[in-house]
Design a protein around this ligand. Structure first.
Ligand code: ASP
Length: 313
């Protein structure tokens, strides 16, 4: 658990990312794998942070970090997404701007290369918040986004996981079932944004939609409170409206972000039986990362430093 309280100079910039939470331990993730994850997470943070550094928006920064992780086969989002029961990729993503509470989401997309950019374009260029299925892919294509055949998204590792899950290979041993990606950021102008993207849950029923594209469940941002991106067993996050609950606690109870995150993750989520975690940053640049699983891929960068972590602390 990381909680950072800061004074609040204006112009402060902060970016946090996650690459999924799960019950994995140090024995599951050897030093070589740790090096690979660390490299990708650092690069993903940099993608967004360099936008913030030159005065860019939190919205563009979270999109850039998430896009980078969607392109990396290591994570369960974009290329590398897990497969559903029928062996197909169905991806979900959402993005929210804290400045104006604008939001965009796509669910069950199968061809747009970067679902997070599709979510952003739904927000910016349509009069809707969420598009699903073929309509979402078609809208993304009509807006000029890059489209891919399904074979682009399926990696040897996601195929192997799927075969294991379907008992074609005995003894499933998989640390990467949860590899959803997300980012939250505060920019120089005090604007917050959050973004989340996922392939969902391995072996899910076709058409299943998790929390990641649902505003208030997997993603939320409001300049008056905080920006949150979640990862974990989506059905629980939907039922608890996890991201919005954290923002509501900060808003109505006027408690520090860290306490709000702790209450939702360790009290409400754990009591309901859900697993996962969140990254969150508030309007003053205080941030909190917490999870009730043994592991969560995460990294953050402030003016002072860039840090990467995998395991519970
Ligand atoms: N929350 C995602 C979902 O339920 C999965 C994850 O974060 O690992 O679709």
């Amino acid at each position: 658990m990381e909680n950072v309280q800061t004074a609040t100079p204006n112009g402060k910039i902060v970016l946090l990312i996650h690459g999924g939470a799960g019950n994995f331990k140090e024995s599951d993730l050897g030093p070589d794998q740790q090096k690979i994850y660390e490299k990708y997470l650092r690069e993903a943070v940099e993608e967004g942070y360099k936008i913030l550094e030159v005065g860019g928006s939190a919205l563009d920064a979270v999109e850039a970090s998430v896009k980078f992780m969607e392109d990396a086969p290591l994570f369960n989002a974009g290329k590398g997404s897990v497969l559903n029961k029928e062996g197909h990729v169905e991806m979900d993503a959402s993005i929210m701007s804290g400045k104006d509470l604008k939001a965009g989401a796509v669910a069950v997309v199968r061809h747009v290369k970067n679902p997070i950019s599709a979510a952003k374009i739904v927000m910016e260029k349509s009069s809707h918040v969420m598009l699903a299925g073929n309509g979402a892919d078609e809208f993304a294509q009509s807006m000029g986004l890059e489209m891919k055949d399904e074979s682009y998204f399926i990696t040897s590792s996601s195929l192997e996981q799927w075969k294991k899950a379907n008992e074609l290979i005995p003894e499933p041993k998989d640390i990467n079932k949860h590899g959803t990606v997300g980012a939250v950021a505060l920019d120089q102008n005090g604007n917050l944004a959050a973004a989340t993207s996922t392939g969902g849950i391995l072996n899910k029923l076709p058409g299943r939609v998790g929390d990641s594209p649902i505003i208030g469940a997997g993603t939320y941002a409001d300049n008056n409170t905080c920006a949150v991106s979640a990862t974990g067993h989506g059905e629980y996050f939907i039922r608890l409206t996890v991201a919005r609950s954290i923002a509501a606690l900060v808003e109505y109870k006027m408690i520090p972000l860290e306490q709000a995150v702790n209450e939702v993750v360790h009290n409400r989520l754990s009591k309901l039986g859900g697993n996962g975690g969140v990254i969150a940053v508030d309007k003053n640049g205080n941030f909190s990362i917490d999870h009730n699983t043994t592991g969560m891929f995460r990294a953050w960068k402030t003016e002072k430093k860039c840090e990467v972590r995998f395991f519970k602390e």
